[in-house]
Design a protein around this ligand. Sequence first.
Ligand code: PSU
Ligand code: MN
Length: 299
Amino acid sequence: MRPPEKKRPQVALESTLYAFGLPHPKNVEVAWRVARAVSEKGSEPKTFAVIDGTIKVGLQDHELDRVAKGKGVKKLAASDLGPAMALGLTGATTVSATMALAHGAGIKVFATGGIGGVHRGASETFDESQDLWALSRYPVAVVSAGAKSVLDLDKTVERLETFGVPVIGYRTDTFPAFYVRESHLRVQHRVDDIKTLARVCGAHWRMHPNVGLLVANPVPADAALDEQEMAAWTAQATDEAAAQRVTGKELTPWLLRRLAELSEGRTVEANVALAEENARVAGELAKELHHVLETLSVV
Ligand code: PSU
Ligand code: MN
């Protein structure tokens, strides 16, 4: 008899990035590319969504298609999961929802584009992403290109600290600014290889078994956008959103769409490149973590 096949380590992927962050039909292609990037590193990609009230851990082609088209698809944060299940809704999961579900499914590593955070003007609007709360609540390592640069990055980093979420710069000394490789914010800890990154995750969970980690992985250099140009577009998009009173769940997708217009599609290209890169790192990390968690005897 053949020995049972060894389970491949899994990587969680979110679906809001596709449904609300990238245009159709490009988003379907990107979803495939991101999943392939995980597979090529020897891990198994699992894209999360809620379809007609049922939680999906891994999407079939027609399910991904439905979510990517976005029609009748809700944007679901962690707090929306219960209502979505009970009410039979269909929705894409954000970072917060995907962390909650990944944790439930026993998946320790998750790749996204950039997390949500504290929005500009938050001292007035109080708009802070549930992603920050989820990071403080679920023991999952989230690989992202920092937080989306439409946010107030200073305040986002402060919140991560308040919530006790370690931010690990992967091959970087500064907190990446999503489309831009660097920011003026220094990370507390820098790690340059996957083995060490996995050891950091393992040790963190020994100390804090219920808290996530943010792995900050800069956009690849050849896809990065210019800081000055990005700052100008972001300021314009933010002002327009405020003038049009775009708030709540709509704000992040609205800003991403507007930046794509202003940059003539360049932000979309950068977003795709960084999402794929994060998937590669997450794929490697999941494999390595497998060994670390096996050998780290948790007492
Ligand atoms: N990363 C991207 N594009 C996105 C997102 C992440 O490259 O659209 C999504 C994530 O799902 C994240 C959400 O959780 O944006 C944040 O939304 P909000 O600011 O409303 O919490
Ligand atoms: Mn919000």
